[in-house]
Design a protein around this ligand. Sequence first.
Ligand code: ADP
Ligand code: MG
Ligand code: MG
Length: 891
Amino acid sequence: MKNLLGGKGANLAEMCKLGMPVPAGFTITTDTCVEFYKNNLQFPAELKKEVDEALLKAEAVMNMKFGDKEAPLLISCRSGARSSMPGMMETVLNIGLCADTIPGLIKKTGNPRFVYDAYRRLIMMYSDVVMEKSEGVEPEEGKGIRVQLDKMLHEVKVKKGYKSDTDLSEEDLKNLCDAFKGRVVEVLGKPFPDNAYEQLWGGISAVFKSWNGKRAISYRRIENIPDEWGTAVTVQAMVFGNMGDNSATGVAFSRNPATGENKFYGEWLVNAQGEDVVAGIRTPNPLNESTKNDQNKHLVSLETGMPVVYKELDNIQKGLEKHFRDMQDIEFTIQDGKLWMLQCRTGKRTGLAALNMAMDMLHENLIDEKTAVMRVAPVQLDELLHPILDPKSEQKASLVARGLPAGPGGAVGKIALTSEKAMEYNKLHIKNILVREETNPEDVEGMRAANGILTARGGMTSHAALVARGWGKCCIVGCEGIKINIAKGEVVIDGKTYKEGDVISLNGSKGWVYENAIKMIDATENPRFQEFMKIVDNHRTMGVRTNADTPEDAQNAINFGAQGIGLFRIEHMFYGKNSEAPLAKLRNMILANNTEERIIALNELEPYIREAAKGTLKVMDGKPLTFRLMDPPLHEFVPQTEEKQRELAKEKGMAFEEIKHRIDALHEVNPMMGLRGVRLGIVYPEITETQFRALFEATAELLKEGFHPQLEIMVPLTISVKELKHQKVICDKVHQEVEKKFGVKVDYLYGTMIEIPRATLVADEIAEVAEFFSFGTNDLTQMTFGFSRDDVNAIVNTYVSEKIIPADPFNTLDQHGVGQLVNLGIQLGRTSRPKLKVGVCGEHGGDPASIEFFYKAGMNYVSCSPFRVPVARLAAAQAAIKNAKCDCGCC
Ligand code: ADP
Ligand code: MG
Ligand code: MG
């Protein structure tokens, strides 16, 4: 249903079926929107008749008629996509008010102030959404019709000394409507339509067009929502929260969306209409006791203000949760004491809330284990493991302002006062906090680029809060202590002036703002998280290993639940800390004149390899550890600048020219496709011999010390089984020698990486010798696309924006192309070795979408960096649940 009716339309229909009070209406399908775009923005021929018929039914239920002089029905045209895009498309309210219908509605309601309030809202929304945005008019900054009308409204308020919109009198509003209409003609060059039907069709078309509005497009990019879906339009009878003090409008969540706490949570405003709560025009009232905070605790709650309506709403909210078995985000309006439901949808939540809700609902028997596992998105888990402000440093820091805790965790960064600035910082990898007056959906890209968001206005249900929460971004809203001056590029917090670029820190879980940078720490060790991960592992069938090259990383990965190491890079010891000694030996080997010199250097290098291997094997006791033989091109390990080369020459007591000559000889035009990987071992067999000896001796020593090392030796860059056989002869020889020397039996596996397209094509032959395959999907992607990994970024970005490829293939596996090679390689490999163990050790091993693909391809494990391990465990469990055969026996 959602695919056709959009989330909003489908759920309104569902609430109707459950007997809940929903204003009558109908939904035009997303298919119609798709057709509308195909037909060059023309409505399909049969639509008009169908809308007329549906409208008749709604009129009958509401006992009013659209465009009628006596009892005029007003309607809203509401957008709704398959997957919720909060605030990213348009909705027009109060459609149907015109010279013909205004007197009738005044007479019928006896409330002229209300009618002119609705009319001024209609003019404001309609001229903005239908006459300007949907026509593609792009006014200069601050010159849009909406801003101009807002300014006019504001001026009246100032002139009359009003504090709030609700102070405006009938007379004020009536005059404003006339002034508005004048301004609309002036700015947009055509009059505001004075005909109910013209307004209706203008509204429908504008909602369709809002699917391709700027905000909607940006949001779809970020959320990976396909451009082809289109939006539905729900046409619905209006109910009014702006009819006086017995009317109201509100937004609520069946549980707290920031923490997950099982308490009804929300905000409401008396005498207001829909957007008012979300737009942060007035500070909204708390729904109940548990929603009270610093900003709103003095305001009356719905629970005490309208106890009967509150009770009904509370019952409905409970009913909805039971029905949908998930946290609901609901919108409601109270017209003259009567409650109307206007929307419900699965509520967006932070990672912390997702975890807490999944575990609570499991314990409440609302959902089963599998559903609980599916409820936390892998990226949310990532967010849970993200840093918070270090509580100790926070205590000492100076608190400068407080707002509402809209998105959890901590953030430290430079103040950015515009979205553009936030994006600019982000491009330069500079941590930044987007500081804005109010929450504005036009800012999505800036919000995305920011590390944290801070706004002066808006409540917990404001757009910024909603969107930030969806992304698990640290966010504070409604922070009234800050005053922004964009023109001067500064913000005043608690009387002190900060410039754009000054550093502040946010605690999004408390809503507290600090000056300067505060230390951040990881938010691990959460018992709820441990409990959840245990359930995750119950449903996971594919193994998760890690890529680690040091005992510390290995230990870290074990703490995160890694079951082995899928990639240990031997060359790691030549980089960074403590690398001087082994690197010097390696350079001797590289710069050796002949085999003899090389063997001498290798013998000196061997103990370093042995110790590195031993240290990590010990930490991994009982768990498999895959060592990859030396892989990179040798020139990476020798200095490239003359200055450094001279230093090296001095160190080695050699002539500079001699050093330079030897280094130049290593030069290759395409080093990625040159002398590296197994090719090194074929050209210089003594290099692999040394590595085999170091690995076997480390293993033998550990066996004698009572450990349980599980050695797996992996040959990189293989293209032919003959390479593996060539190296295996050396391996067998060394293995025998070491077993004899130590008097122990050393078990190990001998396998290979599959990372060159040719290897996947002859995988059956390779598997005759290889006992396991590990797909190196970075190189496989590089060689299959012919994209040089290290310098292809600009091309890939253009290709993605031109939609030539759907995503960066180095981040998420190209299932369509590279995926075929992976499937083929596994299939062929298992024809000659049915039990062949298969894993992946590229970057893709930590990407949830790729992990699902690897699961379906029949891999035994994925391997990823230590911090991705929990994400990979969850993604693997979700893949198993999603792709499980049902128990019905039919499939
Ligand atoms: P969004 O997708 O941005 O949430 P909606 O279509 O939900 O947009 O409309 C925004 C708000 O407008 C709603 O929350 C509701 O308060 C108000 N609204 C929409 N339709 C009606 C209606 N038929 N009667 C009264 N208020 C409405
Ligand atoms: Mg809504
Ligand atoms: Mg590789």
